[in-house]
Design a binder for this molecule. Structure first.
Ligand code: NAD
Length: 289
C-alpha cells in the first residue's frame, strides 16, 4: 500500500521503518532534514513538502508534537491534497477537542479518519510493539487496523472520534497519580524503618499493588528492571508525562469533571519538570520526596 508518513521524530521514525518492513511503499515528510535522511536510510521515499508526500497515496499516518501542528498539517497539506477515498490516521497525542475537529473536517471532505494515539515509548515504536487506542467509525477503524497492526502489538477500538485520545489521557492521568502514590509509599516505608525490598515483597502481593510498583518500580534494585536501575534515564520522560497531564486537565475542565488527584499530579510534575528534570524518567519524582 502507498502510505504517506508525516512526523519522523523519536516515535515516527521507527513506526515508518516498520511500515516499510511490512512491505508498504512509505512516502515520508518531516521538517527536519536529519529525520528525513534517517527515514531514507530506513527505506522510505522522502519529500520536501507534505503536499508532495501525500500525492497518490491510499493512507496518511502522522506522528506530530501537538494539536496545533496536527490541525495545520491536515487542513493545509492533507485534506484536499490526498486522493479521495484515502484513510487518515493521526497517532500523535493531542487534545480531544482538536482531534474531533480534524476528524470532522476530514469526514466533511469525504475521507475516513481515526485518532490513534499510542501507549509505549521509543523502544516500542522501534520494535513494532506499540498499543494503539483508536477513535473513529467502524468503517474507519476497519481500514486503519491492518496499517496499525504493522506497527503495534495491540490495536483497540475505543469508540467514536476522539475516544482514542480520551483513553490515552485518562490512562496516563491514572499512571501519573499511581506513580506519585507509589513513590510516597516507598519514601514513607523507608522513613518508618522498612527495607524497600521487604515493603515491595509485602505490598506487591497486597492491596497496594499497582503497575508503577510491580512493572516500573521507582526504587533502584527493587522489582523488575526499570529506568530507576539506569539512573532514571530512558523510559517515559517527565516532560511527556506533564504534557499528557495538561491535556487531561484541559479535558477534565471541558467535561466538567473534578479530577482533584489528577490536578495535584499535574502540579507535582510541573514543579519537578521546572526543576530541570524534563528529560528524566517520570519515576525519578521519588528523588524529590
Ligand atoms: P519528536 O519531537 O521526536 O518528533 C516530532 C517530529 O515532528 C519531529 O521530527 C519534527 O521535526 C516533526 N514536525 C514538527 N512539525 C512538523 C510539521 N509541520 N510537518 C512535518 N513534521 C513536523 O516527538 P516524539 O517523541 O516522536 O513524539 C511524537 C508524538 O508521539 C507526540 O504527540 C508525543 O506526545 C507522542 N508520544 C511520544 C512518546 C515518547 O515516548 N516519545 C510516547 C507516546 C506518545
Amino acid at each position: 500500500m502507498k502510505i504517506a508518513f508525516i512526523g519522523l521524530g523519536n516515535m515516527g521514525g521507527g513506526m515508518a521503518a516498520n511500515l516499510v518492513k511490512a512491505g508498504h511503499d512509505v512516502r515520508a515528510f518531516d521538517l527536519s532534514e536529519v529525520a528525513l535522511a534517517q527515514a531514507k536510510d530506513n527505506g522510505c521515499l522522502t519529500f520536501t513538502t507534505a503536499q508532495e508526500a501525500v500525492q497518490g497515496v491510499e493512507a496518511v499516518v502522522s506522528m506530530l508534537p501537538n494539536g496545533g501542528i496536527v490541525e495545520r498539517v491536515y487542513t493545509s497539506d492533507v485534506i484536499g491534497h490526498v486522493p479521495a477515498g484515502a484513510v487518515l490516521l493521526d497517532c500523535s497525542t493531542i487534545d480531544v477537542a482538536t482531534a474531533r475537529k480534524v476528524v470532522e473536517a476530514a469526514e466533511a471532505a469525504g475521507y475516513a479518519m481515526v485518532d490513534a494515539p499510542v501507549s509505549g515509548g521509543i523502544a516500542a515504536a522501534n520494535g513494532g510493539t506499540l498499543t494503539f487506542m483508536v477513535g473513529g467509525t467502524d468503517e474507519a477503524f476497519g481500514r486503519a487496523e491492518p496499517i496499525l497492526q504493522a506497527m503495534g502489538k495491540a490495536v483497540i477500538h475505543a469508540g467514536g472520534a476522539g475516544t482514542g485520545q480520551a483513553a490515552k489521557i485518562c490512562n496516563n492521568m491514572l499512571l501519573g497519580i499511581h506513580m506519585i502514590g507509589t513513590c510516597e509509599a516507598f519514601a514513607m516505608a523507608q522513613k518508618l524503618g522498612l527495607d524497600p525490598q521487604t515493603f515491595y515483597d509485602i505490598s506487591s502481593v497486597s492491596s497496594g499493588q499497582c503497575w508503577s510498583m510491580t512493572s516500573y518500580c521507582p526504587v533502584p534494585g527493587v522489582g523488575p528492571q526499570s529506568p530507576s536501575d539506569n539512573d532514571y534515564q530512558g523510559g517515559f520522560a517527565t516532560g511527556l508525562m506533564l504534557k499528557d497531564l495538561k491535556l487531561a486537565m484541559e479535558a477534565a475542565e471541558t467535561a466538567g469533571v473534578d479530577t482533584r488527584m489528577g490536578r495535584r499530579a499535574k502540579e507535582i510534575y510541573e514543579a519537578f519538570d521546572a526543576a530541570g528534570n524534563s528529560t528524566r524518567d517520570f519515576s525519578a519524582v521519588i528523588t524529590e520526596l
